[in-house]
Design a protein around this ligand. Structure first.
Ligand code: AMP
Length: 434
């Protein structure tokens, strides 16, 4: 027998095994994302992990396009593992869901694949939830996405977090009026996303923008603060004369006012120079941060032109994508245990092999009542089985022996208090529920 070479016994770089407690934590957060989707009326759809390369590549920024897992399937199709949900959802909205009345609220959760450089909080396979609201260009739709996100943070038990908020329309409004070409604008936004403010300004200058514009942008880049409404007003003042940019600042003010009124108290930092990498954003954009972690826990915004790009009619859209792995890191960082309910775990121990049949029958009976049961399957003595039950954190042991079974009874042992009672079978499930 040849043994597998050592390097193949490790996971592929950037890929992880989630061990039982990690898997449980991730599923807990996933469940919370699903509960929130229901609270806000977002319907879950499940789209494939493998899509046409061209669909996924269509509207990704250059950097993300290069990071896709691309391959040819056996039929010679060029396919890729999804690096985001949005392209698949846009495909649905532009095709199968074209004639469904708006608004359309959709939810997805699952794993995504990006050939990123692995580091803290960054993996090549990671988990995301995705909420998207189609059909409304109104500020209440944007405010709903912010509220839903704040609601999710609260429900998973994250105490300390903040939203960083900006508006692509303010920056693009200025650049459009200056006649800066779209691809140049994209480059500028990309530099801003990478926090290279000076290079971004340099790029604007190279595009032939007026000195007025340069001054406007330089002062705009300084506008930042924690009073959402007055900061968005300030943005409007700085871009006076650029009508689209002024309207965008007014839109941001409305969104943030509505969000404030929804009463989900959230620390909001408005930052005028904030941009997000993907090219399809058109309006409000935001990211979620937790203190002590300088990676975003999630991000979102408005993208009114996306569906058009996938061949549909124009459908306004706003959405958010929280990263589950990072939410987990933030919770751990804030020392928050997950409120995963600690259920009962019952071990059934037959005292010898003649009692196996009875033990199996009792197991089935309890499971039918919805109680989680493990059967002693190693042929161990009662003493050894009990020691093992202790080690594994079983809450109860049911010992099945011939003496008690004669009267249709068993021994119920409470692992924590190390006490035991003789209990009639027909009272067992009731006793276990106490
Ligand atoms: P994006 O789809 O790029 O807007 O990212 C939204 C969220 O997904 C981020 O804020 C992260 O929480 C999460 N995310 C993105 N890329 C990764 C990655 N490589 N590893 C872990 N989480 C990620």
């Amino acid at each position: 027998v040849s043994t597998l070479a050592k390097e193949f016994r490790r996971t592929v770089r950037g890929m992880r095994d989630l061990m039982a407690n990690e898997a449980e934590s991730l599923r807990f957060i996933e469940q919370k994302t699903r509960e929130v989707s229901k609270l806000y009326g977002y319907e879950e759809v499940i789209t494939p992990l493998v899509e046409h390369y061209e669909l996924l590549a269509a509207k990704l920024g250059e950097d993300n396009r290069k990071r896709m897992y691309v391959f040819e399937d056996l039929g010679g199709r060029k396919v890729a593992l999804r690096p985001e949900f949005t392209a698949s959802i846009a495909r649905l909205v532009a095709t199968k869901m074209q004639s469904i009345p708006r608004p359309l609220r959709l939810f997805s959760v699952g794993s995504l694949y990006r050939y990123d450089e692995p580091q803290f909080g960054r993996f090549r396979e990671f988990w995301q939830a995705n909420y998207e609201l189609f059909g409304s260009d109104k500020p209440e739709a944007d405010a709903e996405i912010l509220a839903l996100t704040a609601n999710l943070m609260r429900d998973i038990g994250l105490r300390d977090y903040s939203f960083k908020v900006g508006h692509v329309g303010v920056l693009r409004g200025v650049l459009n009026q200056e006649g800066v070409a779209e691809d140049q604008q994209n480059r500028i936004m990309d530099l801003l996303d990478k926090k290279q403010w000076d290079s971004a300004l340099e790029e604007v200058r190279k595009s032939g923008a007026s000195t007025d514009c340069m001054e406007t942008l330089s002062s705009l880049f300084e506008v930042k603060g924690r009073e959402p409404v007055s900061i968005s007003e300030r943005m409007g003042e700085v871009v006076k004369g650029y009508s689209k940019a002024e309207a965008a600042a007014a839109n941001l003010r409305e969104i943030l006012t509505l969000f404030e009124e929804s009463g989900l108290e959230t620390d909001v930092v408005v930052e005028a120079r904030f941009a997000r990498g993907l090219e399809y954003y058109t309006g409000m954009i935001f990211e979620i941060y937790a203190p002590g972690l300088d990676i975003a826990l999630g991000g979102g915004g408005r993208y009114d032109k996306l569906i058009e790009m996938f061949g549909g009619e124009q459908v306004p859209a706003v959405g958010v994508a929280p990263g589950l792995d990072r939410l987990l890191l933030a919770l751990q960082n804030q020392g928050r245990g997950l409120q995963v309910s600690k259920e009962q775990r019952i071990l059934i121990i037959p005292v010898d092999s003649t009692m196996l049949g009875k033990a199996l029958k009792i197991s089935s009976m309890l499971r039918q009542e919805g109680l989680p049961v493990e059967l002693e399957t190693m042929g161990r003595s009662v003493k050894k089985a009990l020691a093992d039950a202790d080690r594994r954190g079983n809450t109860h042991a049911v010992i099945v022996g011939p003496k008690e079974m004669k009267d249709n009874k068993i021994v119920l042992r409470h692992m924590k208090s190390r006490t035991q009672d003789i209990v009639a079978l027909n009272e067992l499930s009731e006793k276990l529920r106490q």
